[in-house]
Write a protein that binds this ligand. Sequence first.
Ligand code: SF4
Length: 88
Amino acid sequence: MARKDQTADPIVKPARAKRVVHGAAGLAKAALGLDKADGNLMMRRWAVCDSCKHAEKIAGIVQTCGICRCMLRAKIRLAGETCPTGQW
Ligand code: SF4
């Protein structure tokens, strides 16, 4: 059996359960308008995510982060969020 080369991408993805809890809390905050980032910060974050190699599209529509699996439209709106790769 071939082993995956773990030196190619040293980024450690959060555990699935942790991602689900974090994502649900983040979506709830975004829906309620809590912890909202200002417009300039959101635009800067979006520009970074939009050109990031880890950004993925689900069904060609919803853009998500391939590392944390957050929906990027919600993630960039929350002031307390951080990029898992340290890009913002
Ligand atoms: S949150 Fe970070 S790693 Fe994820 S898509 Fe955006 S810039 Fe890339």
